[in-house]
Ligand binder design. Sequence first.
Ligand code: PEP
Ligand code: MN
Length: 454
Amino acid sequence: MSEALKTITPAKDWAPDSWQRKTAGQQATYPDPKALDGAVYHLSQMPPLVTSWEILTLKEQIAEAQAGKRFFLQGGDCAEVFGECEPSIIANRLKVLLQMSLVLLHGLEMPVVRIGRFAGQYAKPRSEDTETRDGLTLPSYRGDIVNSPEFTPEARTPDPSRLLTAFSCSAMTMNFVRALVDGGFADLHHPEYWDLGWVEHSPLADEFHRIADSIGQSVRFMETITGQQPGSLRRVDFFTSHEALHLHYEQAMARRVPRQWGYFNLSTHFPWIGMRTAELDGAHVELFRGLRNPLGIKIGAGMSSDWLKGLLRTLNPDNEAGRIVLIHRMGANKVGDHLPALIEAVKATGSPVLWVCDPMHGNTEKTASGYKTRRFSNIQAEVEQAFDVHAACGSRLGGVHLELTGENVTECIGGARELAEQDLQRCYKTTVDPRLNYEQAIEMAMLVVRKRRS
Ligand code: PEP
Ligand code: MN
């Protein structure tokens, strides 16, 4: 482990529940606080979902990405739901992420940090606390960890037992992903295992197969010249992430581990703070301050330079490498105006960060027929501008954060297959934000490569 990771001092006046002294945004109001306490206690006794070794390995990989030696890929559903904790959805999402990482690895000629938005992405921030339909007002749906989306009083009442269901679904997802990744599914000799139906008839199929063949050849070549046994490249690293929004859940998973100082959030490798809960003096920043995990911070156009500097001071006082990933999500029409000042502000702090572009959350719109969608052209435009803005400021865009699925949904408009507004109703499944389907996701990886090489 690098020296930088060893010399950090633990956060002062911090405990897993010290966030409770602060104002917490985006939390559910439970009708029975005792039942909530019971669920939190129960959770705190459960075995962890990840280990501190894995978390520290990821931190080292992020430090390498900060140094320009790796590209960072984070993707998955906007919101996982309990009803989709099933094998084909989990495997297809993993396949798409593996395929994208292959395209990036090949095109950028560098290793990729692979992070799924899954095994815990069950809590959602909402713009309103309540929703009114036909004169009836009920609590908003806050993700399956809190309540259920149907518009009935029973479904919308926050239910603490859902914390345990979220934990179980996360554990089952994690278990299946680990088994797939360790069991040969992620074998670089066999990218054909990751094929989804689209490959035969997609306009991008030939390009993907060329890349896959070329990787297969390189792997065999490397094994030959280094004398490694065939099969030593059978396994790739894969990490998990979610928005650490539900503070009671995250508190229960903040643990000490033997022979390590401080606390780790053992519910995920890479928790992030959402745009709506990043107040400097808020409860989320307080909880994150005491965790040793690498941390993501979402940054929108409303983030000021002083606010961002304050976050870096609080969350990374020792300027530790690998600790902070700044995920900007401005929108294609704002990134050019708002990003340069933030890049300069961060440079002035000397804090090492990894800059990542989330081109999804600033580009959401509603169609006339009421669908929440995103245009592929805007997503592409934001990513491409982000590369240019960083280069112009002497900085580097080190990765992308995408909402995507391995299913053939029609939620975002455009892409190689030119999905139109009328196509949205054909297969629109998301309960929250529109996701790239598998074909649009692979295309995005190819466009990132094209842009980086241009
Ligand atoms: C999200 O990532 O789903 C999300 C809500 O993002 P943001 O906090 O950037 O709006
Ligand atoms: Mn989202």
